[in-house]
Design a protein around this ligand. Sequence first.
Ligand SMILES: *Cc1c(COP(=O)(O)O)cnc(C)c1O
Length: 364
Amino acid sequence: MSRSVRAVVDLAALRHNLALVRASAPAARVMAVVKANGYGHGLREVANALLSTDAFAVSCLNEALCLREAGLLHPIVLLEGFFDVAELRAIAAHRLDIVVHADWQLEELERARLPHPLRIWLKVDSGMRRLGFPPQRVPAALERLRVSGVAGEIRLMTHLACADDRDSDYTAAQLATFDQASAGLPFERSIANSAGVLAWPDTHADWVRPGIMLYGASPFADARAGQPKLRPAMTLTGRLIAIHQLRRGDAVGYAGTFVCPEDMPIGVVSIGYGDGYPRHAPTGTPVLINGQRASTAGRVCMDMICIDLRGLAQMPHVHDTVTLWGAGLPIEEVAAACGTISYELMCKLTDRVEFEYLESDVKG
Ligand SMILES: *Cc1c(COP(=O)(O)O)cnc(C)c1O
């Protein structure tokens, strides 16, 4: 008997969300960001559902090779470029695009003897202060690429630090900085992540780089109206494996952090931090049983969580399915309860979770 911890991924939802990217940024080409195992959804399966994208973006060579092994011929961009010069041979052989963000990478490229030039995305630091060349060093970096002959086509990119905050003026400042750095240069440009796609049309440029919105979660902390209707791709479920009728004053779980305020039913669900459910989920984190809201009670264990079954219209039964996030329970809400973001919850699922892929036929 399996533990019945399941992530059901709706491939039609992924395609629906890609269509929303296209509708939101109609003039841009799309680089679908599938790093970190497709944000935890399964790299190959996600990529195969998104074949109509113009390119894929991943964070490292292994992820790119996985896509090539799956037979995908799209352009694939390594968002951090190469980490080690030894990767360049495979990068060239598999026709991967690289981001170049640092002087040490330029030095390695100048020394490298490549069989053919590479497509290079020169990364400009417009204010994120993580990777990239500050604007004043862009001309010298471009000159080094030109002289070295390693660059086939050159493109420019930058990354937004505050696009998820619709009230921040930082995005406009970054855009102005990037515009200045790229003024007069004949290269294609990329700026926008999901938040840029949805909230900052001026950042769409030639290529958009959506990640989280493809998986159906909002990049914004606040759920403001007027957002296109993303469809969550993943529903994570466990099973109710025990129900106890406890007495007022009974302590539940490790360290007894939840003490029953009255006589009440407590359920035990077959999922825990060993599956990637966040251990720091506090008492009160929402779950869904048979369409009814309930919430966690006490500490998350490695293999199980306890839930408060008070006040449900229908009492659930052992073996009932419990939804941790997805259909009927937005992952954003669970993430907010846990003091984190949906991205982290998605990425942290472990390989104990059984993945299942389906195509819903719901329209819109
Ligand atoms: C992860 C990433 C993205 C996608 O960001 P989302 O917020 O998930 O849309 C875009 N660009 C770069 C450089 C990234 O690292």
